[in-house]
Design a protein around this ligand. Sequence first.
Ligand code: HEC
Ligand code: HEC
Ligand code: HEC
Length: 113
Amino acid sequence: MMVKGGGNVRFTKILFMLVLIAFLGLFLHNLIQAAGPPDVTFTAKTQGDVTFKHSVHLEKKLVCKDCHLGIFKMKKGGSGVTMDAINKGEFCGKCHNGQKAFATTDCAKCHKK
Ligand code: HEC
Ligand code: HEC
Ligand code: HEC
């Protein structure tokens, strides 16, 4: 009787701990998700820096795999982005071509002094 009761109490405690851990995990996961991937700033000497904002792009219903890993590596500075390549329709230029998004002729929309 005593042993059975003690076992049940311990089982309940363990179950409670597991549920607590699961909830904490979910909470932290949501917190990280809400923060979203970070902005990435490209330093550009003559034209002014370019800040790529994930938030703006995700609001336009784009999803990770629209850009990763086909167009961009998931690492700041990892993809070797250059203005020449963008003008040739690579990297940002895959969308910023005046059709899917504003064209590369609109310098000041990307380059901020
Ligand atoms: C419109 C294109 C686009 C979309 C969509 C996109 N990313 Fe990115 N992501 C980029 C670019 C550009 C970089 C910078 C790459 C570079 O510097 O070479 C980047 C970099 C990253 C980095 C590295 C940041 C750092 O500081 O090193 C992470 C992590 C990342 N993205 C996660 C995500 C996740 C997760 C999603 C989906 C929720 C996502 N990205 C959607 C374009 C995109
Ligand atoms: C997969 C398509 C895609 C790629 C790749 C992409 N963009 Fe965009 N971007 C969009 C769309 C769509 C919009 C919103 C429509 C518009 O503003 O023309 C946008 C909007 C923007 C804006 C306007 C933000 C604002 O202030 O409203 C900037 C700046 C920008 N992108 C920079 C970049 C840079 C820099 C890169 C490359 C590192 C890049 N984008 C790559 C699709 C893309
Ligand atoms: C869609 C966003 C976007 C637009 C629009 C854009 N650029 Fe860029 N540009 C970039 C990014 C991102 C880089 C950073 C690549 C690197 O690290 O060199 C860059 C780099 C450069 C560089 C090399 C760095 C420097 O400043 O010396 C020059 C020059 C340049 N851009 C000129 C222009 C001019 C001129 C225009 C307009 C005709 C323009 N860009 C429009 C995204 C853009």
